[in-house]
Design a binder for this molecule. Structure first.
Ligand SMILES: [Zn+2]
Length: 292
């Protein structure tokens, strides 16, 4: 599943490629991809004649801010035009976007297609079809309609996310620290890969009961999370999962993981073998010698 660095890589790609993209036509190839409004015609009609003004990211959600375009000859940029709500996307397991100049025949996993007046296409492809999209009218609340978005914890790069915050949220928690890091209501955007990599980098065993982790370890953990995520964003995300950026490439961070999918290989620090075991249903990779 794409995690924060992959979604951020997609966001940057969308921002670069979709400069002044005005949605002229929307084709929904699979109804269930539209999460809101319930009626897909309302989704299509709401998005038509919208300029994609700006792409943001919150956790693993992509959020496009839309502006209303009155007519074909409107001059860009649309400084004074009205906002037209948000297009929100969650890629889940296998969703990705492809930008196609001069649209061609879509593959069978195509779920939603957005066209501009020159027949350029932003195509959303999703093999396993867990991904979702919302069009949220400007009069509605994003956080109320998309529950997962409303309940997200702080961004790992924000000032709200520090050792004090971690201390507060883990106190009296008997869950493993791995499960805590995967909980999107505690911190946004971390999934299996970056939870394992951050815990390795901080020298903390993923099995540790959260409340037993000491202050100095929390400081280290916070730093490790930020460093690991930043490094991966710089590499364009990881090669794992079916993640693709807009050019259809996947990242190269995979070459640099220390524990994730390295079961049975030597730890890069101590030479001990990397182990794997499930925690709350998720494969967890760690070095028993380096992580206590
Ligand atoms: Zn080791």
């Amino acid at each position: 599943m794409p995690e924060l660095p992959e979604v951020e890589t997609v966001r940057r790609g969308l921002e670069k490629k979709l400069d002044n993209f005005i949605i002229k036509k929307v084709e929904v190839c699979r109804d269930s991809t539209v999460a809101f409004p319930k009626n897909k015609d309302e989704f299509i009609k709401g998005l038509q004649n919208s300029l994609i003004h700006k792409w943001d990211r919150r956790g693993k959600y992509l959020i496009a801010q839309l502006k209303e375009v009155q007519n074909e000859n409107t001059q860009l940029p649309l400084e004074n035009s009205q906002y037209n709500g948000f297009l929100v996307v969650h890629l889940r397991m296998t969703g990705y976007f492809k930008f196609i100049e001069n649209s061609s025949h879509p593959c069978k996993h195509t779920r939603i297609r957005f066209f501009d007046k020159n027949n350029n296409e932003l195509r959303y492809i999703d093999v396993r079809s867990f991904g979702q999209m919302w069009w949220i009218n400007k009069d509605l609340s994003l956080n109320k309609i998309i529950k997962g978005l409303g309940s997200l914890g702080p961004e790992p790069f924000s000032k709200d996310f520090d050792a004090n915050y971690l201390k507060k949220v883990i106190s009296k928690r008997t869950k493993s620290i791995k499960a805590i890091l995967l909980d999107q209501t505690i911190v946004a955007g971390i999934g299996n890969i970056y939870a394992d990599e951050s815990l390795y980098s901080a020298g903390i065993s993923p099995f540790r009961e959260a409340q037993t982790i000491k202050n100095n370890e929390l400081i280290k953990l916070k730093e490790s999370i930020v460093t690991v995520l930043k490094k991966s964003i710089g590499s364009g995300g990881t090669t794992f999962s079916d993640f693709r950026d807009l050019e259809g490439e996947n990242g190269n961070f995979g070459l640099q993981t220390n524990v994730y999918r390295r079961t049975g290989k030597e730890c890069r620090k101590c030479g001990n073998l990397i182990e794997r075991q499930k925690i709350t249903g998720r494969s967890t990779h760690w070095c028993p010698r380096c992580q206590k």
